[in-house]
Design a protein around this ligand. Structure first.
Ligand SMILES: [Ca+2]
Length: 177
């Protein structure tokens, strides 16, 4: 799940400044972003994880950008929340990492493994590289049992190429049965 505390500037921007349409019906992507997004779509397609663009139920003071449903192997991106290209890419990468976490023990069960966090030093390194806002967000807005998964996802959303490698591993794993 990817949500953040509402930054105050967001509330003050007139809505017409945020309203643009795209191929994803949400945002305009740069050419580099399009290429990256296409790679994600291709790999998610290969592991049969569809992306559903939905109006999400928003809570006061938080923005829910998307979530990954590990039971149905489904990624939901919140079209009401995602207004800018970087939000789209970060959410796609973040939720894709949750898909990678899901695929480690096999996609078609309810298991989910934050595999990097088996190494406590690595988890600490990732935590230390998050912004104070991100750390606060994780501590306040996520259940304790979900926090390790989120530390990984928040850290790795800044490394889209690493997450692509993770997805690629899922594809190989799925193909080998
Ligand atoms: Ca699953």
């Amino acid at each position: 799940m990817f949500f953040v505390t509402v930054p105050t500037w967001k509330q003050s921007i007139p809505s017409q400044h945020l309203a643009y349409q795209t191929q994803s019906e949400m945002v305009i992507l740069s050419l580099d972003q399009q290429n990256l997004v296409n790679e994600y779509h291709e790999l998610l397609n290969q592991v049969k994880i569809p992306i559903s663009y939905e109006q999400c139920e928003q809570q006061p003071g938080l923005i829910l950008y998307g979530y990954y449903d590990r039971i149905d192997n489904l990624m939901v991106l919140c079209k009401d929340a995602i207004k800018q290209s970087h939000e789209y890419v970060e959410t796609l990468v973040h939720e894709s990492w949750h898909a990678v976490q899901d695929c480690i023990d096999g996609l078609d069960n309810s298991e989910i493994t934050p595999f990097l966090t088996k190494d406590p030093d690595l988890l600490t390194m990732m935590l230390n590289n998050l912004t104070p806002t991100e750390v606060e967000n994780i501590l306040h807005n996520y259940e304790k049992v979900d926090q390790a998964y989120e530390i990984e996802a928040f850290f790795l959303q800044k490394y889209p190429n690493l997450v692509l490698k993770g997805l690629n591993t899922c594809v190989i794993q799925a193909a080998s049965g």
